[in-house]
Design a binder for this molecule. Sequence first.
Ligand code: SF4
Length: 399
Amino acid sequence: MRQARPPGVVQMADDAGLEQRLNEIRGNSPRRTPDVRVLASFAQNTTCRLATLGFAAGVDFDRLLTGTRLQAVFGLSPFSILRGLTFEKSLRKDDYFLTRELLREPLGFPASGARIVNLREGFPAGNGRMPARLKATSGLISEIIQGKNNAARLIDGAVLTGNIGGLPAFFEADALAVDGRANEIRVAEVKSFPKVDDRVDPDQLGAALDQAALYVMLAREAVANLGGDPLLSVSDRALVITPRNVGLSPTLSEQRVSARLTRLGRVLAGIPNARDVAAATPADISFGPVANETADERTRLDSLHSIADRVGTAYSPNCLSTCGNARFCRERAVCGGSPALTGSTVARLLPEVISLGRADLLARGATPTPAEVPAATLLKTAGRLIDEVLSPAPARSIA
Ligand code: SF4
């Protein structure tokens, strides 16, 4: 039997209908395409329906509240961005001289003649740019796995595709390099953080390797689609190129990402389907008014409160490092006296208890709703123990 559709929920006939529906939900809010950082952050917030809706619709929560007192405080410093751009430029300079030298020994790059293709150039801007680069990447990978004579040894700015929550998404890998001795593709990530005394910051290296793992996964899918052997053709030994110390001379770090591939597979499998999310979203919900920087702050924040009230949130202190809405949701949690403010352990012990005030009443013996019963039993016991501890001891008689 067909289930009745909740009132105000929109039906989507096809992919175009889904895209249009997601556009309506997004409104004019800043858009975000998923990358590894976004995927990893969202993987920690899948129980939050507001985060799920924003992710499915491609809303950039890091920029949604820009211009308000609750705007996100993430992001690289201008100095880091400039250093990154300068480092990347140095790797391309003089027909990739430094890159060729760097890869000569570990990947058997010849002293001259290795073909390098830069897919960041030569493609007009617009909606067709990423599909065109994807097609070019696929053609170059096809030549590599066929072992063609003049196949590329390095693809700068390769574009790969993957399915995220039921929707195709494009990903730009810094580079795909080829180890000529094994005819094996190696994913290379370029980062501007330094390698000092042969050591790289483990957190930054870990994030770069997570990124590389995604590209390994997608490159293997591309090879499989071309009829090649993905495991033989794409190595799980990722390369991370970083500058040495405070200078710009490049160094290489190399690590297997097989465990990261497994973890990534679990993250991707846990992403809800965008069609289901959109179908369950009331018709008049849109992030456009929230992002409208010409509107006053109160109106923008009220719009987000309205969406949050209707779809639901799941604030925890963890949100502060994983979601751009964290300051907004923390303020909501403070105003509402949410148990989540006390940390995830206490919040887990108080399911369905909406506030610390309500927890206090239940501890003093208020009648719980059926959903509150498990927490109320605990709270009542805790309340009794506290009363016993705090009640004055009976006066001792002196003989
Ligand atoms: S900050 Fe808010 S929107 Fe983001 S995951 Fe936490 S509760 Fe959800």
